[in-house]
Design a protein around this ligand. Structure first.
Ligand code: ARG
Length: 412
């Protein structure tokens, strides 16, 4: 009998997918649920998979791997999609596909399946990753193929005794993990409509935030965040506790219209308290320890890296090459960033590093200034030379019309 390994979340789509795949392909369904830090009780999800007809259901805690091999690389590379989105979902997808392929191999399954729809980015990320890791594997996307509406799905589920999750009452589509949460659909599809307060679960409304700001000091060693306020923590714990602090101060909400890989623009709401704070801190520290030309180069790489992650190209030589570049830069990214969190905003208020290129004696306007002011004269002369020559050799333009604007009754 054919076996299909299904990425199972416990929601309506993947629950309906179990009998649908079994009937359509005459296959045994093996459910796989990953703990990416979404904060859900996964033992219940496993029981639901079995109750719905899966022959086996695996639950894997991959939080550490997710943090170390995916989140951390994106953080070091300062990879943020279109200036706003820290890519929690986009970073999780290649890991999910990787685990599906691994388990398919162990279970001797010929196909994997997942609950993506036909118009999102996730189908691309999962399919492309699976093919990178096992070109022979077949990828089935039930919700793209079955053509059922939501009510038809519920009908289909009821007819087969599939327990319909209570959460389907929500008009929103959400995805969440350790690095953040995304919310789509319902009233959010109108980009003019302000998001209702009740969509948020990780961040407090700025209106309800404490009246006293919180200060957090984030220590980095070679680009890796290792401690908060002097307390060393493993990465998963550090992200979780920073998320709690920042979320309590309303930090990390993003409301944007983004360019999807499949050609459309979509309105997206994110909350990513830890990601927003850590990205700001890492960027600041890296800037402190890198030269101007390196800083510019890193920015170019960040844009590239974000596109690679967003577009499902994780398992590629390009991504690996940028990682190697990034790790070279990280050799100096050691130090501490001090941030102030207050009513929805986060600000950098202090930075220090043993590798800081900031030299007080060169920067100061006070006593002790070591900057050679006289050298500025010759520098400016040479720097301005091409400007001066180009201006001298400028083609003669038609005589300029004086603007017919009058100021206070006087012709200007
Ligand atoms: N637009 C974001 C992205 O492409 C979030 C997608 C959320 N996915 C989901 N299945 N709800 O990464």
């Amino acid at each position: 009998m054919e076996r299909i390994v299904l990425a199972y979340s416990g929601g309506l789509d993947t629950s309906v997918a179990i009998p649908w795949l079994a009937e359509r392909y005459g296959a045994e369904i093996i459910a796989v649920t990953l703990d990416l830090g979404q904060g859900k009780e996964l033992e219940e999800v496993r029981d639901r998979a079995l109750a719905t007809g899966a022959v086996r259901a695996h639950v894997l805690d991959v939080r550490e791997e997710f943090a170390r091999d995916y989140i951390l690389r994106a953080l070091k590379a300062d990879a943020i999609y279109e200036d706003r989105y820290p890519m929690a979902t986009a970073l999780g997808r290649p890991l999910i596909a990787q685990k599906l392929v691994e388990i398919a191999d162990i279970e001797q399954a010929t196909a994997i399946a997942h609950g993506s729809t036909g118009k999102g980015n996730d189908q691309v990320r999962l399919d492309v990753t699976a093919r990178a890791l096992n070109p022979k594997i077949r990828v089935i996307v039930p919700a793209r193929d079955w053509g059922m509406t939501r009510p038809q799905e519920i009908e289909y589920a009821r007819a087969r005794g599939v327990p319909v999750p209570a959460t389907i009452e929500s008009p929103y589509s959400t995805d969440s993990n350790l690095w953040g949460r995304s919310i789509e659909c319902g009233v959010l599809e109108d980009p003019w409509t302000e998001p209702p307060e009740d969509i948020y679960t990780l961040t407090r409304s700025p209106a309800d935030c404490p009246d006293e700001p919180a200060y957090v000091e984030i220590s980095f060693e070679r680009g890796v965040p290792i401690a908060i306020n002097g307390v060393a923590m493993p990465l998963v714990d550090l992200i979780a506790s920073l998320g709690t602090i920042a979320g309590a101060h309303g930090v990390g909400r993003v409301d944007m219209v983004e360019n999807r890989l499949v050609g459309i623009k979509s309105r997206e709401i994110y909350e990513a308290p830890a990601a927003v704070v850590l990205h700001a801190a890492h960027k600041e520290l890296q800037k402190l320890v890198t030269t101007k030309d390196m800083d510019r180069l890193c920015r170019d790489m960040s844009l590239k890296y974000a596109d690679i992650v967003y577009n499902g190209l994780w398992f590629t030589p390009t991504r690996e090459a940028i990682d190697a570049f990034t790790d070279k830069v990280q050799e100096r990214v050691t130090g501490v960033i001090r941030m102030k969190l207050f009513k929805g905003d986060s600000h950098i208020v202090g930075r220090k590093s043993p590798f800081a290129l900031y030299e007080h004696a060169l920067a100061t306007y006070d006593a002790g200034d070591l900057f050679d002011h006289t050298a500025a004269v010759g520098f400016i002369k040479i720097w301005g030379l091409p400007v001066e020559i180009a201006a001298q050799k400028a083609p003669k333009a038609a005589p300029r019309q004086s603007p017919a604007v009058s100021v206070g009754g006087v012709k200007a």
